[in-house]
Design a protein around this ligand. Sequence first.
Ligand SMILES: *Cc1c(COP(=O)(O)O)cnc(C)c1O
Length: 587
Amino acid sequence: MQPTSRKPSSYEIFPYAGHVAYFSMEIAINPAMPTYSGGLGMLAGDTLRSAADLSIPLVAFTLLHRKGYFQQHLSPNGVQTETVQPWNPADFCVEEPARVTVLIEDRIVTARAWRYDIQGRFGHVVPIYLLDTDLEVNTGWDRGLTDHLYGGDENYRMQQEIVLGMGGVRMANALGLRVNVYHMNEGHASLLTLALLERQLCGGPLRAATETDIEHVRRQCVFTTHTPVPAGHDRFSTEQSIRILGGERTARLQQLGCFKDGMFNMTLLALRFSRYANAVAMQHGKVSRPMFPEYAIDTITNGVHAPTWISEPVQLMLNEHIPAWQRDNLYLRNAIDLPEAEILAAHARAKEELLAEVGSRTGVVLSPKVLTLGFARRAATYKRASLLFTDTERLAAIARAAGGLQILFAGKAHPHDGPGKAIIQQVVEEAARLSNDSLRILYLENYDWGLGAKLTAGVDVWVNTPRRPYEASGTSGMKAALNGVPSLSILDGWWIEGCIEGVTGWAIEDGANDQEEAESLYRKLESAVVPLYLDAPEKWARLMRTTLAFNGSYFNTNRMVKQYNRNAYYPQPLLQHAKVEEPVLVE
Ligand SMILES: *Cc1c(COP(=O)(O)O)cnc(C)c1O
């Protein structure tokens, strides 16, 4: 008997005969590799870790970032200084023999790739190729192109993006990979579309590209935007584009509608050449659509990789009561039934570990009994780290009423972000001024993966105070939720979806200005958070388990990657097509 003969649908072929190629300027790969700066890189890493767990055929491209992002140092009064983080790729990665070239300002720049394998729960490997231009054939300047994540000026940035996007496509080719889908994680990688179009033209001039050629590229590309405000999108001047990319390319990109307000816009390039685009939280979809009205923008809400972010004590408890959570995070919904005493005990251990870390870093001994708030994120002005200090007397009164209050801050400001650095200074100064017997405030140096994991697992409440609608998603509150830690946050980004008042945390209500929102923050602390913390411990335990059950089961990359696979990479209009493509049996 012959096998069934039928025209195979794309769904049947794609998952088994090719890869998704995931492109991201930063990826948090390993805690000891400084190849990320913050949320975007963490999300990329968590995405790859879940893709490996789910055995999805996926490879990733990024830059090597030989000198890392930066290590943060804070003076006693909160002045941030930075040092480079050189690391040795050979300690973690294997060098691939393949070499590719890209053209930058009329120079031919050669790149190689270092491979790092992420292994999933069931052994499936997702390789990450880290592009590196530090080769003797290149000039001194070009050898440094893959050194600094978000370092240098706009020229350096554009040249890096050529290496990532165009170099990445050529590297995939040189490695013999068959790629079905190119996924651009944010606009930094969108020059990959230009490399695909040029490949489609087989060396012919760009001006000869037809609608069919463009459609051919579009069918292969998907794009995720992460930026909720126009100023956040990567843009380059026409002069820069002509000088670095070339005149003909620039003219063609202009013609194709990739320019806005006289600037070459990487988001528009990505959208123009993608068959699918998405935002990263429902609210972010709403604010993204009016920014790009000519494009359809779907939403896939972010998540975090549960086994990476759940503390060891909580994992041990979950393994005991809900072992299936390890293969499918949806089973975390059963956390609703966890014994109250056990969730409190697991959290107490995570809190002890955090306080021990704080002690060894600062010499300050904090109390495990005292209500502890956490606030850690990039020190950007819109995140308003100092909102808690709007009325310091009221904060001190809350601390006394609560029988003590401990607040832990952390976060780096980008080296060129003066206002961000000023916020750190302000928080450090207020911390010194306000700390007394009942109120302890500390700013911890060098927020990174390891510190982030300890903080989100070990505090009692995770606080977030962004100015709406600047938080596209936010993910640190999801890490907290997976540890049963409730959030007290502004209703922006993911929290609009995640907040069930009094069940998964509390909303800071919208106000007309910072003053009003601070007022709501204090009111929630006084009327909800502190009274519940001081009440019976079982009540707090119930809050922790509803947080874990409702938000842990959803805001994870296990769910998110399945959504990407189904909605973005291999859309399956099964119900529509099932009837049309009836399988035909041949005897
Ligand atoms: C999770 C994480 C972030 C992102 O958190 P947000 O809530 O998006 O601010 C940034 N930096 C580190 C080190 C993280 O672990």
